[in-house]
Design a protein around this ligand. Structure first.
Ligand code: FE2
Ligand code: FE2
Length: 364
């Protein structure tokens, strides 16, 4: 199974294609197409998540190529980024009119390309939500609203309002009640903001587990909010560590672990965060045998909510799509959780969770 999203660069300038390849290859699979002939058919077959069309394209002009892509029924929603040759590229406006979603002008730093690509992939994923029924669409969109608000608040040192987080989680809990939540899990699969996608999955699956364990209305909202907020401290961790395409060094792992105290500190600032949400945020990496972090809590010291959150968090981490690993099949993840993690995870919740996934047809 493919773990990286595919990006196509359509450009007749080989050194520039190479530059794009170098900038993006750690995070995406790259399809290089050196001229316009056959390029349309190639992307119809590969169905990339985004295409970069350069002003240097030949023999067809980049603007005409963009027009052809937009005229194709299957490709009309495909995010397109036009790469302008220079500040004075006179085709930038025409590329936009032809259907390019964004422009990046050469020369550019790698980070600008990376951020631009990521933002356009996400915009494309979010556009696709418009076709969903309102409950599922709102659940996904509200999750983004919560995340954007928190990202802004974290930067400016402002507290977040729990009431607004809880209100934004209502559609998600409604979708769980209606037993109609698969499009929410599918809807974040290709989202490029890992912390958002992971947190939405944890919020959805934690509510699902809570539903099976008999949690009702307001308690369900606490679980969904706790799931959404449990890793917000990761927003303070550098993109390079968070998305490192390899094993973290001990030092990097220490930084990664700091997301728990960062989350807790941030939530404390709000002043109105319920205890249940704190427990989920603070204890989701604790393990039954005391080898977890940050406190090394053991056995009975582990709250029920922490046990539930740990099961869902581990399952989500194993089955999430990451740049450095393919998403593990659900069955395989459950097998590891029930055979190799008996000292870490509360097996009653592992079994309950397995039952829910089976009932929901989420085990292929
Ligand atoms: Fe975490
Ligand atoms: Fe997590």
């Amino acid at each position: 199974m493919n773990n990286k999203g595919l990006i196509a660069i359509i450009d007749s300038n080989a050194p520039h294609r190479e530059k794009v390849h170098k900038a993006l290859v750690n995070y995406y699979d790259i399809q290089e197409l050196g001229n316009s002939t056959g390029a349309l058919q190639a992307i119809q077959e590969s169905m990339p998540e985004l295409i970069l069309v350069s002003g240097g394209l030949k023999p067809m002009h980049a603007v005409d190529f963009i027009r052809c892509v937009r005229a194709d029924e299957r490709l009309k929603a495909l995010p397109i980024v036009y790469i302008a040759e220079s500040e004075t590229d006179t085709n930038t406006q025409r590329a936009k009119e032809a259907g390019a979603d964004a422009t990046i002008t050469r020369p550019y730093p790698f980070s600008v390309l990376l951020r631009g690509v990521s933002a356009q992939i996400n915009a494309g994923v979010e556009r696709a939500w418009e076709a969903l029924p309102s409950v599922q669409r709102d659940a996904l969109k509200n999750g983004i609203v919560v995340f954007n608000n928190i990202a802004d608040a974290l930067m400016s040192g402002e507290p977040t309002s729990f009431t607004s987080v809880k209100d934004n989680c209502r559609p998600l809990v409604q979708a769980i009640e209606n037993n109609d939540f698969k499009s929410i899990l599918d809807g974040v699969r290709h989202h490029d903001d890992y912390t958002y996608a992971h947190s939405m999955r944890v919020a959805t699956m934690l509510s699902l587990l809570g539903h099976a364990a008999g949690f009702k209305n307001d308690e369900q909202l606490l679980l969904a909010s706790g799931g959404l907020l449990h890793d917000v401290g990761k927003m303070k961790i550098s993109h390079t560590i968070l998305n490192k395409p390899g094993r973290l060094t001990d030092e990097e792992f220490e930084i990664m672990k700091s997301h728990v105290p960062e989350t807790v500190e941030y939530l404390k600032m709000a002043g109105d965060i319920p205890k249940a949400v704190f427990i989920i945020a603070e204890q989701h990496h604790e393990k039954l045998d005391g080898t977890g972090y940050p406190h090394g809590l053991k056995g009975k010291e582990l709250n029920e909510l922490a046990r539930m959150a740990a099961v869902v968090d581990v399952f989500s981490a194993l089955t999430d799509r990451r740049v450095y690993k393919p998403p593990m099949e659900a069955e395989k993840a459950l097998e590891i959780m029930s055979e190799e993690m008996t000292q870490h995870l509360d097996q009653n919740y592992v079994k309950m969770f397995e039952g829910i996934l089976g009932d929901a047809d989420l085990l292929e």
